[in-house]
Ligand binder design. Structure first.
Ligand code: NAD
Ligand code: TYD
Length: 350
């Protein structure tokens, strides 16, 4: 019998993870704690909201009293910690929000777990979901391994690196059973359209410019979100306590090549003349401190636990575009209101 607290379960990755655990493990009780910031959306979980083994709690991971009550009332045995501020551009304009949730929130959660499990750590697990961005930026060659030294360079990655350090510190100091995974860029359904892929899909649908930062030569390693949550499931159940696992797609794309592939696929899907979407590509001022290249070496995960990505990128991208073209109401809802203001502030005059 397990009771699992998922934080940030109404976000992009968190909603896929919550769905996987609720449907694959009917004997587990799953509690989703989410503050429902701009990035949290209960629409993402409509299909499981009435499941018997699922319950939603609206709340903040910085709220120590709420966390204490949750651990006491529900006898929580595992934590899957996804809640975070996750967008690099927002971290550049408001770094303190990232310190609050990603650092203070994570430490508040670690403390609550340590206090609740004190004297009985057997069978408990605090799983921290993190990013490859903690390792910094690569040149043209090489990969991030689990032993690459941390070198975060944006307020987002600095806050995630700090949270990773605190998770390890709680393991070493208090023997809290922990696992950490650091994953590359995810894409797929329910991705908030402030990030590159859903933003460009949304803009292509609406014939709006596709803003490419700098020369578009920055490289990211893209992984389909369902492959990521499958890896988390594998590590949660089979990984070693105290260990870190890198998760990645072996799928590197420059931003410009990726956006051109997106344009090509969407020319066909929207019955537009070949090459017409590419005309929307617009080069804009680069992101401050823009990391050049991320690339993950996921050998440890493959060799120790047998995990591999299941989808080729072109196929995953096609599935993702189809999802956005089908779920127009979801897209309309999340791009109205506050998102409009964000978009204008972010891209106006760039
Ligand atoms: P997201 O921004 O889509 O979702 C974050 C969720 O956390 C939202 O539901 C939000 O409401 C919730 N949240 C934010 N602050 C909170 C608080 N103080 N208390 C409770 N809930 C709060 O993020 P995502 O892209 O799904 O990322 C999830 C995790 O995975 C993050 O820790 C992120 O660092 C990590 N990650 C993301 C990627 C990626 O490509 N998106 C890659 C690797 C790792
Ligand atoms: P993003 O999706 O924000 O993820 P991350 O910064 O965490 O990697 O950005 C992916 C890449 O796309 C990154 O190199 C920045 C670039 N980018 C653009 O060129 N234009 C945009 O409008 C956005 C949002 C990102």
């Amino acid at each position: 019998m397990q009771t699992i607290l998922i934080t940030g379960g109404a976000g992009f990755i968190g909603s896929h993870l919550t769905r996987l655990f609720v449907t694959k493990y009917p004997s587990y009780q799953v509690i989703n704690l989410d503050a429902l910031t701009y990035a949290g959306n209960l629409e993402n979980l409509k299909d499981i909201e009435h499941a018997e083994n699922y319950q939603f709690v609206k709340g903040d991971i910085c709220d120590a009293a709420l966390l204490k009550k949750l651990f006491t009332d529900h006898a929580i045995t595992g934590v899957l910690h996804c809640a975070a501020e996750s967008h690099v551009d927002r971290s550049i304009s408001d770094p303190l929000a990232f310190v609050r949730t990603n650092v203070i929130g994570t430490v508040t959660l670690l403390h609550a777990a340590k206090e609740a499990w004190k004297g009985n750590m057997e069978g408990k697990l605090f799983y921290h979901i993190s990013t490859d961005e903690v390792y910094g930026s690569l040149g043209d060659e090489g990969f991030f391994t689990e032993s690459t030294a941390y070198d975060p360079r944006s307020p987002y990655s600095a806050s995630k690196a700090s949270s990773d350090h605190f998770v390890r510190a709680f393991h070493h100091t208090y023997h809290l059973p922990i696992k950490i995974s650091n994953c590359s860029n995810n894409y797929g359904p329910f991705h908030f359209p402030e990030k590159l892929i859903p933003l460009c899909i949304h803009n292509i649908i609406n014939n709006k410019p596709l803003p490419i930062y700098g020369k578009g030569e920055n490289v990211r390693d893209w992984l389909y979100v369902e492959d990521h949550v499958r890896a988390i499931d594998t590590i949660y159940h089979q990984g070693k306590i105290g260990e870190t696992y890198n998760i990645g797609g072996h799928n590197e794309w420059t931003n410009i090549a990726l956006v051109k592939e997106l344009c090509k696929q969407m020319d066909e899907k929207l019955n537009r003349t070949a090459g017409s979407n590419e005309q929307l590509i617009t080069y804009v001022t680069d992101r401050a401190g823009h990391d050049l290249r991320y690339a993950i070496d996921a050998t440890k995960l493959k060799d120790e636990l047998g995990w591999m990505p299941s989808l080729q990128f072109e196929e995953g991208l096609s599935k993702t575009i189809d999802w956005y073209l089908t779920n127009t109401e979801w897209l309309t809802n999340v791009t109205s209101g506050a998102y409009q203001q964000y978009y204008e502030g972010m891209y106006e005059g760039r």
